[in-house]
Design a protein around this ligand. Structure first.
Ligand code: PA5
Length: 421
């Protein structure tokens, strides 16, 4: 059992309809394994893909000390979440992610690098057409050449759909190896492919364990269905926010991945069969955000509900405090930091519940490849199921297109009339 879910039905005011919703979600979850557009659920079965990832990671690790992953949104956030959650073996190459085009940050970062000669560049874009990703690749290439290094293609891997697009076209022309994102896997659902797998394997994480965790979720569809059904209840209650309170430092970046998955998959024009707007996903990290957005949740006057994620290892440390420097904190003597953390997590949850915020808790023993593989697949399945139950497409993101079109029109000198179209 990698993850368990607890919640108090009375706090959620669940009636007999909840069991019906869970059953409907379960049926949809089972159907995801064979639906054409939900290839993410079949990624754990793709042995060839995992073998290719492992081989490439080993090959690259032989000659480099650093991997830089260049990509946006779903082509970056999952890898960041994975690498910051699992303990990495010592002595492996470093991994960095570039997912912004802040020119000041980028140039300061690039010009200060002393290891450009041993850096491997992973250019990730499912569409192969994302302006930020391609622009970063261009600037990196130009800098490498100008600073006496070999061009970027000599030490790069492309992760993309294999069909022809600007990125794969360049890769083929320059003989850059391509690792595939299968075309039935949506960008933000791609962490369990080379998108997350290549940087993870390079850093020494075990992809077979990641896959085992994901398979575990696929065998526990009751958990998926219950999580999805709670999401449905939140929207139907008229909640405006869904908070994800992670009580584990290693899940800080996971919160950003979850936020993107939720927002891009569920926030869509309403369908007649489910006329309730999607809640706004708000990732929080305990204890830090107890000193921040907790006030909003407690007294902000907006209906919301909260998922808590708790990790036993973060709450179980052996070192007891022998004496306190502060008289006012003498009650902590004899206790561990983990006990304080656990008490805070439970107290925050109860305080929210006292304010009418229903909560549910996902628990695991520790963060590693298996529990993370299971957690990624759990939220991917639960969010995809919610989208389908609502009659929206959880795999597209048409709302982000307009800004892209306007950027392209402005940069290419299109007329204001074109900007309206
Ligand atoms: O979920 C999605 O499809 C998006 O968030 C993409 O991941 C993001 O826009 C980057 O796209 P691409 O991978 O095509 O470069």
């Amino acid at each position: 059992m990698f993850w368990e879910l607890d919640f108090d039905s009375s706090a959620w005011k669940l009636g007999p309809d909840f069991a019906t919703e869970v059953n409907a979600c379960r049926e949809l979850a089972a159907s995801l394994l064979s639906r054409p557009e939900s290839g993410f659920a079949r990624l754990p079965q793709k042995e060839n893909l995992w073998t290719a990832i492992d081989l490439r990671a080993r090959e690259v690790a032989r000659t480099t000390t650093h991997m830089v992953v260049v990509g946006m949104g779903g082509s970056s956030l999952g890898g960041q979440a994975l690498l910051s959650s699992c303990p990495r073996p010592a002595g492996r190459g470093q991994v960095s992610f570039l997912d912004n085009i802040d020119a000041d940050y980028f140039w300061t970062w690039l010009r200060s690098r002393l290891d450009l000669g041993t850096t491997h560049w992973v250019i990730v874009s499912k569409s192969g057409n994302t302006i930020e990703t391609l622009a970063l690749a261009d600037q990196i290439d130009q800098h490498l050449r100008a600073s006496g290094h070999r061009r970027v293609s000599t030490n790069a891997t492309v992760v993309s759909e294999t069909q022809d697009n600007p990125l794969t076209h360049w890769a083929r022309r320059e003989s850059v190896p391509i690792l595939e994102i299968p075309s039935d896997v949506g960008g933000r659902y791609s962490v369990l492919s080379a998108v997350g797998g290549l940087p993870a394997a390079y850093a020494g994480l075990k992809c077979d364990r990641l896959v085992a965790g994901a398979k575990w979720t696929l065998e526990n569809l009751d958990l998926v269905a219950t999580l999805a059904a709670l999401g449905q209840v939140q929207a139907q209650r008229g909640d405006q926010m869904t908070m994800l309170w992670s009580y584990a430092e290693g899940l800080r970046r996971f919160g950003f991945w979850w936020q993107q998955l939720w927002a891009e998959s569920l926030a869509k024009p309403l369908s007649p069969e489910f006329p309730y707007p999607a809640t706004i996903p708000v990732p929080c990290v305990g204890a830090c955000d107890q000193h921040s957005v907790l006030q909003q949740a407690m007294q902000g006057g907006r209906p919301l509900s909260a998922f808590f994620v708790r990790v036993a290892a973060s709450e179980e440390t052996a070192t007891k405090l022998e004496r306190s420097l502060f008289e006012t904190q003498s009650f902590l003597v004899g206790k561990t930091l983990g006990e304080l953390y656990a008490t805070q997590a439970e107290s925050t949850r109860l305080a929210l519940q006292e304010q009418g915020v229903p909560t549910a808790v996902l628990r695991t023993k520790l963060l590693d490849e298996r529990s993370m593989g299971a957690l990624f697949m759990l939220w991917e399945m639960a969010i995809a199921v919610q989208g389908l139950r609502r009659g929206v497409n959880p795999f597209d993101q048409p709302g982000v297109e307009r800004g892209k079109q306007m950027t392209l029109a402005r940069l290419s000198g299109a007329s204001p009339r074109d900007l309206q179209s």
